[in-house]
Design a protein around this ligand. Structure first.
Ligand code: ADP
Ligand code: MG
Length: 395
């Protein structure tokens, strides 16, 4: 009696399955850059294909305004076929008579990839006609694009309202891992937050703070918290309009679970070749910009992580893109290597940081769904998940 219909409960042999994947990957000069999302979604494609379905895959790519050729899915088709070791037939439209005919002519076990769903203006408006067109292609819809589950679009919610729909294994893994953090995390449970802006993460802070034992905050966002605590932060990233709300959180009944860095790495300009300097948090010079947590704080964060049974990390500890300011992020990432507990990392840049450090396999769960993951942890209902629920228990 699950919340969703799953692939374990359906026989897809000879059926046409529309699979919504998240293949929104970086593409440059006609080639896929980082293919993490294709790798993550590939097992679902392969499973359906091996089970003898006609697999019709769809995804969005970027934010097209006008069917820009560089946002076509051809490079994705090429990489998917390369990684999967099976041919992928790329169509040049999302819906329409030619798509219908091509899908009808597909053989069992064949993989077809539709064009960028956002080439259809109706996609982001959840246009009923587009949703109907997509639903009519298939006997079964599988939503595997967790990263798009927070959007009520035609290829996520609209289709799922119109044809029998199952949750894909990747989406299920995301919902289970993140859900466990919310509902029944092992304790002690530490949350480590960083990244650029506290305004992006305040919802997650509010939702998780009552559930954690400790919340460690670094990254650009720690300066707004330090400022709220009365520290001078120089020219560091500061969201002044957030000070009121941040103060509310810090003085709430759970406020003392938040730990801020004791020392910071600062520089006199925001540049990759700026001279790094370590300062205690009560001595950030007026002209200095904080670009990483300091070594003492990083070591402390790592020790806290080592002593916890569950860890959720979102947001790099500093400007990890620049070698000079990567140490804090590296130290925290290394604390996850060989960690025996339940460890989850989410967020586009956080995942990129782990990959850059070669530590992407160090965690229990690497979340591909940036915004969707954060919304789920905020306790929000994701429209894509709600749309799937009606098909639970074999409906
Ligand atoms: P995620 O994508 O993992 O959720 P964010 O998008 O919130 O993370 O933040 C990532 C960005 O935050 C990175 O580009 C990084 O350079 C930036 N960042 C981290 N620390 C600082 C800092 N001290 N000042 C400015 N930017 C920072
Ligand atoms: Mg980001």
């Amino acid at each position: 009696m699950g919340r969703f219909l799953t692939l374990d409960e359906v026989d897809v042999a000879g059926k046409t399955v529309l699979l919504r994947s998240d293949f929104n990957v970086p593409v440059a000069d006609g080639l896929v850059g980082d293919d993490f999302r294709i790798q993550a979604g590939l097992p679902t494609v392969a499973r359906l294909q091996e089970a003898g379905a006609r697999v019709v895959v769809c995804s969005h790519l970027g934010r097209p305004k006008d069917r820009e050729p560089e946002l076509r899915l051809d490079p994705v088709a090429a990489r998917l076929g390369e990684l999967g070791g099976f041919p992928v037939r790329k169509l040049d439209a999302v819906v329409g008579p030619e798509v219908t005919a091509s899908v009808a002519a597909a053989r069992a076990g064949e993989v077809v990839l539709l064009e960028n769903t956002r080439f259809e203006p109706g996609e982001t408006e959840n246009d009923p006609e587009l949703a109907r067109g997509l639903a009519d292609l298939a006997d079964l819809f599988v939503l595997d694009a967790f990263g798009s589950a927070h959007r009520a679009h035609a290829s996520t919610v609209g289709v799922a309202e119109r044809v029998r729909s199952a949750a894909g294994p990747l989406l299920l893994a995301e919902v289970e891992a993140l859900g466990r953090l919310l509902v029944n995390p092992p304790h002690p449970f530490a949350v480590v937050l960083g990244g650029a802006k506290v305004s992006d993460k305040l919802g997650v802070i509010r939702s998780l703070l009552p559930r954690v034992d400790i919340m460690l905050v670094g990254g650009g966002m720690c300066f707004t918290l330090l400022a709220a605590e009365g520290y001078e932060v120089g020219k560091s990233l500061l969201e002044e309009d957030m000070l009121g709300e941040v103060n509310e959180v810090l003085t709430s009944q759970w406020g003392d679970r938040i730990e801020l860095p004791d020392d910071l790495v600062v520089a006199d300009r925001f540049a990759s070749d700026a001279e790094p300097r370590v300062v205690p948090r009560n001595a950030i010079p007026d002209e200095a910009i904080g670009l990483d947590i300091g070594p003492k704080s990083a070591a402390h964060f790592a020790a806290v992580i080592a002593g916890c049974a569950a860890v959720f990390w979102n947001g790099p500890m500093g400007v990890f893109e620049w070698e000079q300011f990567r140490s804090g992020t590296r130290t925290v990432a290394q604390a996850l290597e060989g960690h025996p507990g339940f460890t989850v990392v989410g967020g586009g840049d956080s995942v990129a940081a782990l990959q850059m450090l070669g530590l992407e396999r160090a965690v229990s769960h690497l979340s591909t769904g940036g915004g969707a993951g954060l919304e789920l942890l905020e306790g929000k209902e994701l429209p894509g998940l709600v749309a799937l629920e009606r098909w639970a228990d074999g409906a």
